[in-house]
Design a protein around this ligand. Structure first.
Ligand code: M6R
Length: 458
């Protein structure tokens, strides 16, 4: 093992010791499930859930020697035994089963109301007018001196973080910069100690995000995590953090994790604002009402399926949005291309005239986010420009907006909500839209080609 370089998670057995398994990891995840008279190795605890909830997370340079009755762990770097206690994960067994759903993706989309509830449970307390984040209690003093936040993440978690940038800046008034973890790690930039870095990750095992955190290891900055997978590498390497509590996500396309991440980012924004913002009370109250609104969208999923069916044959798709819904457009495009293999681009609606409009014709539809906001009139103009080029448009609007039918044939409605909470409801719509297109194209929605659930290599 000492001769190996790079990242690995391996297990080995020899004919000389047929009752012993050796396992080791470096920069790639490896967990040991502790069952009834058995040990099971996996790269992700979700894979173990049907067998056991008791797991031991191995650290870098750990070597485990597992026999029929025993599991000893030695850390090669420290040159001594590693004393890892087995942790009990509180996943509900039902969460890893499909139940009556045909795919995990749709099952996980339907978990949106519960996801919002679980992320806010015991944290958003409107009656007491506070947001309580136990995971940040140990760093409360340091948080008071933070004047800049850098968020690092990949893929869907990156887009959730971009939504978080609007939330934290507008609600808490703290400047935020979101960076792709794969880019951040190769940049040289000035960092002051009053900067906090937040890693956002569903799996907690994404190699690029881990590398980004490692880069700032000796910078003396506060490292926080917004992670879903309990006990994962990122959760363990950060100083403090807030778990998403979304439960295991199994479809490769991230759905409920995005909902949970944006919910947690809203809570962090509220918490950092210390109540000193006009947004505090309305946002705190709205988070309580949001699960019912999410359910309303799911109850009308059939309307979205019917519209998706009309768009299944297109080769390209444009997603546009403004302000906090601009990152939603980026995420909508990612979701569609990931599960349906349709080329999709996300753009800030105001950018259309600066180039992308040239591509629009009757063969290039646009998914326009046109929910109630101070910028709605401007989005109408964008839609008119697209319609003038014969571009088909699907719009998402807020219930009660009848004017939109004068511009667009296919409209999907979401319930009235604050601008700051629209991304959560919009995400559900776009996830359903992508799902139904992929199903109509008879694709393997849960396991899109060329992709893995956790990207544990750089
Ligand atoms: O586990 P993470 O949130 O760190 O994963 C980041 C991305 O790999 C992930 O969000 C990916 O983009 C999803 N497949 C998107 O649906």
């Amino acid at each position: 093992l000492r001769d190996l370089t790079g990242a690995y998670a391996i297990s080995a057995i020899t004919t000389y010791e047929p009752h012993t398994i050796y396992a080791a990891r470096l920069s790639s995840p490896l967990v040991i499930g502790v069952g009834e008279a058995e040990y099971i190795l996996a790269s992700d605890p979700t894979a173990l859930m049907e067998h056991t909830k008791k797991v031991i997370f191995l650290d870098d340079y750990d070597v485990a020697t597992i026999t029929d009755t025993d599991c000893q762990i030695h850390n090669l770097k420290q040159g001594r035994p590693a004393n890892h206690e087995a942790e009990l994960l509180d996943y509900d067994n039902q969460q890893v089963l499909l139940g009556d759903f045909p795919h995990f993706m749709i099952k996980e989309i339907y978990e949106a109301p519960a996801t919002i509830r679980n992320a806010t449970l015991g944290r958003a307390l409107p009656k007491q007018n506070i947001v309580k984040l136990g995971g940040l209690e140990s760093v409360e003093q340091q948080l008071k001196y933070i004047d800049r936040i850098v968020i690092v993440a990949c893929g869907t978690s990156y887009y959730a973080s971009l939504v978080g940038e609007y939330l934290i800046e507008e609600v808490a008034g703290i400047p935020v910069e979101v960076q792709l973890a794969s880019e951040f790690k190769y940049r040289e930039e000035p960092f002051s100690r009053s900067t906090a870095i937040i890693a956002v990750s569903q799996s907690g095992e994404t190699a690029d995000t881990i590398a980004a955190l490692k880069k700032v290891e000796n910078f003396g900055v506060l490292r926080l995590g917004i992670v879903n997978a309990v006990g994962s590498t990122i959760a363990r390497m950060t100083d403090a953090g807030v778990y998403c509590h979304a439960g295991p996500e199994q479809a490769v396309a991230s759905t409920k994790a995005f909902i949970a991440q944006v919910t947690v980012l809203s809570l962090i924004a509220l918490h950092l604002s210390e109540g000193r913002t006009k947004h505090f009370k309305p946002l705190l109250n709205e988070l309580e009402d949001l699960p019912a609104k999410a359910q309303e969208i799911l109850d009308s999923a059939e309307d979205i399926r019917v519209i998706a069916e009309r768009y299944k044959h297109y080769r390209d798709f444009m997603f546009i949005g403004r302000h906090i819904n601009y990152p939603c457009a980026l995420e909508g495009a990612l979701k569609l291309k990931e599960v349906s293999y349709i080329h999709a681009e996300g753009y800030a609606a105001g950018e259309m005239k600066h180039g992308p409009l040239a591509m629009i014709d009757e063969s290039f539809p646009t998914f326009a986010i046109a929910t109630n906001s101070t910028l709605l009139e401007k989005t109408y103009s964008n839609i008119q420009e697209i319609r003038a080029r014969k571009g088909p448009v699907v719009a998402v609007a807020t219930k009660g907006n009848n004017h939109i039918h004068n511009l667009v044939g296919n409209v999907i409605y979401i319930p009235e909500t604050l601008e700051h909470t629209q991304p959560i409801l919009l995400a559900i719509v776009m996830q359903l839209f992508s799902y139904y297109i992929a199903v109509a194209r008879e694709l393997d929605v849960d396991k899109p080609r060329n992709l893995a659930k956790s990207v544990t290599v750089e």
